[in-house]
Design a protein around this ligand. Structure first.
Ligand code: BG6
Length: 471
């Protein structure tokens, strides 16, 4: 599908001088400008407290693009963007001035602010008469538990319809996450075995080697379950487990995803593991433990690692465990799905020199080294019947000669275009919180793991007698 320019509209970034804007939004807007994918008309208005003005906001945007743009910096593309950039200081009557500055009848308003700031901003946007014609993008985390998510939804719905709301989860903007649907529903072969008859279990791992990166205060409030599992991991899970939609229309896809969330059993605290990294070494470099990070309490019990076994009570998945795992300061950055098929009923090769035969498994490498790997058993050349594990590999880079685009580019474009497919719907978000609620109310004790390890041994016990694919 080739993307088209969205209709004329203003793009307003609330929190324009913050970290998300600097690292992701300004570079994404720049790359959209470079690909001729900004709206055909309209301003890009930054809104923030502090002492920026138009000129300084442009300098800020240029600096962030030079530092973070995936395609580098090109003067001509920059000119296309910078002529549209303008700034409104967020003071007493900032929203009134914003309403005057927004000239188009439609607009995208991106709330690049901490969750606690959202309700007040939403009310002020309503009071300034900016409700109609707006598409509102709200960042994760969407709430911090079921009650707060419901409250946030209700505050937003006082001013905006659900059709105006785009809850962003940047994992849905990743090419490899979108490819889950294409892989499943574009290949007849795999869909036939994508069920409890053929699949033993699935694993989803989101491993990061970074720590909390100066976001200690935020992370203390969040932890790995709220930061990654309830949103990114659950979104990936819903795409893996959903039934075929009747079409690729946004609501058709979101309806099927919502059914997965409804069929997920609430987490059993005994089937969860919480960990926190202590000091250790990553790539040979000593790194401090979580409790020594700035902004973190010395006796913090916040988890930086979370693993769980999830059950989906549907005809397709009953009895198939889904093992989820995420952690900071693990040995490397890798997000992977591992689909492990059932073993052969009888092994003829036993005692004939077979080494380490494992059931077929399919690995979807979400990042990095984006691709897919399928492993199976083949006969080792020679007079004996002895088998060995081999694999077939697909790599995005080798096949398409390109690196996947930044998730935020696609998501910003789709939100400007009013396409909800890659955004989380109210019912799914609330149901996701319902699923994690028992683990929030009765958290498992926090176990320490060394930075640079694959998490606490309790996570291996959780999945035993199976084993984690990434280790
Ligand atoms: C964010 C989390 O949503 O996702 C961060 O708040 C995390 O803690 C990041 O580092 C990971 O994103 P990605 O795209 O690098 O996997």
């Amino acid at each position: 599908m080739s993307l088209e320019r969205p209709a004329p509209q203003d793009v307003i970034v609330v929190g324009a001088s913050g970290d998300l804007s600097r690292r992701k939004l300004m570079p994404a807007l720049y790359n959209l400008a470079a690909s001729d994918l900004l709206p055909s008309r309209g301003s890009i208005i930054g809104l923030a407290p502090g002492d920026l003005d138009d000129e300084r906001f442009r300098e800020f945007a240029r600096g962030s693009i030079e530092e973070f743009s995936r395609t580098g910096f090109d003067q001509e593309s920059w000119a296309g963007l910078s002529s549209r950039l303008t700034f409104v200081r967020l003071d007493e009557d900032g929203y009134q001035r914003l309403a005057q500055r927004a000239r188009e009848s439609e607009r995208l308003i991106y709330l690049a602010v901490p969750p606690s700031a959202v309700p007040e901003i939403v009310r002020k946007l309503g009071a300034a008469g900016l409700a109609s014609g707006t598409r509102l993008v709200v960042e994760k985390p969407f709430g911090r538990d079921l009650a707060s998510a419901k409250e946030l939804n209700s505050t937003i719905h006082d001013i905006f319809d659900e059709s105006q709301v785009f809850r962003i989860d940047h994992y849905l903007g990743k090419e490899t996450v979108q490819n889950i649907l294409v892989f499943r529903f574009g290949n007849a072969l795999f869909e036939r075995v994508w069920n409890r008859d053929a699949i033993d279990h699935m694993q989803i791992t989101v491993a990061e080697s970074i720590g909390v990166e100066g976001r200690g205060a935020f992370y203390e409030e969040a932890g790995a379950l709220r930061d990654i599992v309830q949103n990114h991991v659950f979104q990936v899970l819903s795409l893996l487990a959903m039934e075929p939609p009747v079409s690729l229309a946004p609501e058709a896809v979101r309806d099927e995803k919502a059914k997965v969330f409804s069929a997920m059993r609430p987490l059993a605290p005994a089937k969860t593991v919480r960990g926190q990294y202590g000091p250790g070494a990553i790539d040979g470099e000593q790194v401090p433990g979580y409790r020594e990070e700035p902004g973190v309490a010395p006796d913090s019990a916040t988890e930086t690692f979370f693993a769980a076994q999830v059950e989906i009570d549907s005809w397709r998945w009953a009895g198939v465990p889904f093992y989820l795992r995420t952690g900071k300061r693990l040995p490397r950055r890798a997000t992977e799905v591992s689909v492990v098929f059932r073993d052969v009923p009888l092994c003829f090769f036993e005692g004939t020199g077979v080494q380490d035969l494992r059931p077929n498994h399919l690995v979807l490498r979400i990042q990095p080294e984006e691709g897919i790997n399928f492993s199976f058993v083949a006969k080792q050349p020679g007079p004996q019947v002895s088998a060995q594990q081999v694999s077939m590999d697909f790599s995005y880079r080798d096949s398409f000669m390109t690196e996947p685009a930044e998730a935020y580019e696609r998501l910003l474009h789709d939100a400007m275009d009013g396409d909800h497919t890659l955004f989380a719907r109210e019912d799914s978000v609330e149901r996701g919180w319902m699923v994690v609620q028992p683990a929030l109310e009765n958290p498992a004790p926090v176990c320490t793991y060394s930075a640079g390890s694959w998490g606490p041994p309790e996570a291996d016990e959780l999945i035993a007698p199976r084993t984690w694919h990434l280790r």
